[in-house]
Design a protein around this ligand. Structure first.
Ligand code: PEP
Length: 281
């Protein structure tokens, strides 16, 4: 990924017709956690209407509390993938928490004739789960979205990305999602998007920002702008190549992270604002 002295490979890759590089931008708006088919359908239909090719959909959820909803797991994959295909979604960012999930995703996509593609997401709690990273690195079918660890140094997180590449999968996007610190209050995490250009300089990975998990709420500034939008703008202006962001048709009914989900009717303005920020490049 550019950190090994002999590594001179170019940045970027194309997956399922979508290009990922250090010089373009892809938006992955979607549900933090898959809940009911109706909500997935509403989300994907809206994305199609706005010309979006990518989304985020969590089937396997790593939760702090063992009694919280853990995701529908493989049970929801067939209908999620079918709906994605129906609405022209080419890439779904989907977190996995165990290597067996790779096979579950792969066999489901294969059985359905691969209506869509999947980017395997490694969450912040698993950034240093080296055996999981090695297993993901050993397969080259799916690209990987690796989240920065929320309590470790940037260098340690970048080394985690090397675990994927050293096993053979260099199609990796690195995601900044905020750092755990009391100084982050009132946000859930300290927004770290000033690190976008640093990661682009230090590696050849495209860099993603996750404003939803960084900010953690739908709070607005006095001028009525969502904090999630402010954070998104910071990330995009800093040069982010991907935005991972939570939306939900009914945030009050969301099974995970409802308080940070943006509303469906905020999607058009959100996409337009990103376009304006990206035009400043
Ligand atoms: C997520 O994106 O659904 C998620 C749980 O993020 P993180 O690993 O950054 O907390």
């Amino acid at each position: 990924l550019g950190r090994h002295k002999d590594d001179r490979r170019q940045s970027g890759f194309t997956y399922n017709g979508v290009e990922f590089s250090q010089s373009n931008l892809n938006i992955f708006a979607g549900l933090c956690a898959v809940d009911i088919p109706e909500h997935v359908e509403i989300m994907m239909r809206a994305l199609e209407q706005h010309g979006q090719l990518c989304t985020r959909m969590g089937a396997y959820k790593p939760r702090t509390n063992p009694y919280s909803f853990q995701g529908h797991g493989k049970g929801c994959l067939p209908w999620v993938f079918e709906k994605a295909g129906k609405h022209g979604i080419k890439v779904i960012a989907m977190e996995i928490t165990h290597e067996s999930h790779i096979e579950e995703i792969d066999s489901c996509l294969e059985a359905l004739g691969r209506p869509t593609g999947v980017m395997l997401q490694v969450g912040t709690r698993n950034t240093q789960n080296f055996e999981l990273l090695k297993a993901i690195g050993r397969q080259s079918t799916y690209p990987v979205l690796l989240k920065r660890g929320f309590g470790i140094t940037l260098n340690e997180s970048l080394n985690a990305a090397e675990y994927l590449a050293s096993e053979g999968n260099a199609n990796v996007i690195f995601c900044l999602r905020g750092m755990k610190t009391e100084a982050g209050q009132p946000h859930r995490n300290m927004v770290d998007f000033a690190h976008v250009p640093a990661v682009k300089r230090l590696t050849r990975m495209p860099v993603c920002v996750d404003p939803s998990h960084s900010v953690g709420s739908r709070d607005k500034s006095p001028d009525g702008i969502l904090d999630v939008m402010h954070a998104t703008a910071q990330g995009v202006i800093a040069g982010a190549n991907m935005v991972l962001v939570d939306f939900h048709p009914k945030p009050e009914k969301a099974l995970v992270d409802g308080p940070q989900a943006l509303l469906m009717d905020e999607l058009p303005a959100y996409l337009e604002d990103i376009k304006l920020c990206h035009d400043t490049w």
